[in-house]
Each structure stands twice: as C-alpha cells, then as structure tokens.
Design a protein around this ligand. Structure first.
Ligand SMILES: [Zn+2]
Length: 280
C-alpha cells in the first residue's frame, strides 16, 4: 500500500538520520512519530517493526516525507570504522536541531565557518580551523581516522597536552571561546596526520626497535610538529605517542609469535588492525 506524504513538507539535511528526520517532520505536522506510526499500523498500511531503525520504517518515512530513495542511506560504517550519529551544523539546518552521520566531515562546517561540536560556535575569527578541516577531509578521512575513532581521540589528547599556553590563549582571545577541543583542532589534525602516516608507522614499528629509540623519535617529531609554538609542551604529546606505539609494537610481536607470517598483508592493513586492536 502506498503511504501519502504528510501535508507540510520537511526538507531532509545531508546525512540526517531517520529518528531526527521523523521527529522534525512529525512536529512540523503538529503530531508525533508515535501517533503517525500507530495510525499507519491501525490502517494496515505497514506492520511497524519494534526496532527503531529498520528498512520498513525507513521506507515508510521516505514516503511520508516524499523523499528520494537515497534518504537515510549514509553507511553506519566507513572504511571499517563506525560512523557516529552527531548534531548537524545549526546553520546548515536553519537553526533546527537535527542529527546525522557525516563520515566525510570533521568538526568544522567550512561553508558556515562553524564548529559543530557541543556546544557549537562561530569560528570566523579562526581561519586555521577551516584550514585544518580541509586537511582532515583530504588526508584523514581516506585513512579511516573518523570523528569518534580511537585515532582521533588519541590525537586530540596529544594536541591538548602538547599545545602551548600562548597559542591557546591567542586563539581563545580572538574567538572569545574557551573550548579546549576547538582551540587545539589544528594540532589535533596535525598529530592525527602524523600517527596515521605510513612512513611514520614504518619507522615506529620496525621489528626489534628499542622502546627508548621509539621515544626519541616521538620527541623529535613532536618537537617539530609544535615548533611554531614557543611554550609548547610537545614532550607530553611525545610520551603518549611513544606509549601507544610501544603497545602496538608489543601487540604485533605477540601476534607474530603465535601466527604464521602474512606476507601479503600491507603495512596499511597491519596499521589498521593494530589501531583497531588498540581501540578496543
Ligand atoms: Zn553549516
């Protein structure tokens, strides 16, 4: 049976999820998701499954909203990494609250120069954040370093402990914002690019490398990464990087001693496996 669209149309936003859209669409039509779904079930139009997210429910809401068949089709996984559901940019949604999956975006809406973490902020005064976002999309997304992934969490922690007071307060003053994640976003992206770089991983994970050499290498690269920032504490970030790579190296060593060597495995696959292991 075909379901008629609700009288008041509701635009769907890029990446928006079913629950978010259904809630907004029902509200705009002066009713609730539950009422609409109950009515559909009573009329026999559809047998609503209990699960909130299901193909039947998605199809019903596509018809209720007269939406394109590609609506609600953003994958839940991208490059083998879970895509988190998060608030959309409030400028993109004309001020309404919506959530969705945006696997190709970091934390900045470049179009609106807006930080869309929680809370959201106007970042016109911080062009370095939009520049970092471009690097994020071009380099980190293809490497599977998605928002909410262990790699990005690790990079953010390193950036926050390594960034100097001078750079942080200068940004905070320019934008009138004190959110530490936002202020350290350029460094977060830099650290994430480094720790996902195949060359750096090859150096840090070469077989038999002594942990002290690994630590020296981490100190060297972190000092250069934060070099423009005179009072930086790059050694703090280096400690964390060395610790995580020591842990990955131990994991690889353990596997090598229990499994047959996998000569066809590329360094990228090995890295991804190691990081996935680390994230669990
Ligand atoms: Zn936007």
């Amino acid at each position: 049976m075909t379901i008629q669209p609700l009288p008041v149309p509701t635009k769907i936003y890029g990446g928006e999820g079913l629950i978010s859209y259904a809630t907004r669409h029902a509200t705009r039509n002066g009713t609730s998701v539950e009422e609409i779904e109950r009515a559909l079930t009573h009329s026999g139009a559809i047998l609503m499954p209990r699960r909130r997210q299901s193909p039947e429910r998605e199809q019903a809401w596509r018809e209720l909203g007269a939406l394109h068949h590609s609506a609600f089709s953003t994958p839940q996984e991208f490059h083998g990494v879970e895509v988190t559901d998060r608030p959309l940019c409030r400028r993109c949604t004309n001020g309404t609250r919506g959530t969705g999956r945006l696997p190709r975006m970091g934390w900045v809406c470049i179009r609106h120069r807006r930080w869309f973490g929680t809370p959201q902020h106007n970042i016109h005064a911080l062009p370095e954040l939009a520049a970092a976002e471009r690097h994020y999309r071009r380099v980190l997304v293809p490497r599977g370093a998605l928002v909410g992934s262990p790699i990005m969490d690790m990079a953010r922690e390193c950036a926050i402990v390594g960034i100097g007071q001078g750079v942080r307060s200068h940004r905070a003053r320019r934008a009138g914002i004190s959110d530490p994640d936002l202020l350290a976003y350029p460094e977060t992206v830099k650290v994430a690019r480094l720790i996902t770089s195949p060359a750096f991983n090859t150096r840090m994970l070469q077989p038999g490398l002594d942990p002290s050499r690994r630590h020296e290498e981490a100190l060297r690269v972190m000092a250069s990464l934060f070099s423009e920032d005179e009072d930086n504490e790059s050694w703090r970030a280096a400690h964390r990087i060395a610790a995580i790579f020591n842990s990955i190296a131990r994991e690889i060593g353990k596997r090598a001693s229990t499994e047959l060597p996998q000569s066809t495995e590329t360094s990228d696959t090995r890295l991804a496996t190691a990081w996935t292991t680390r994230g669990k």
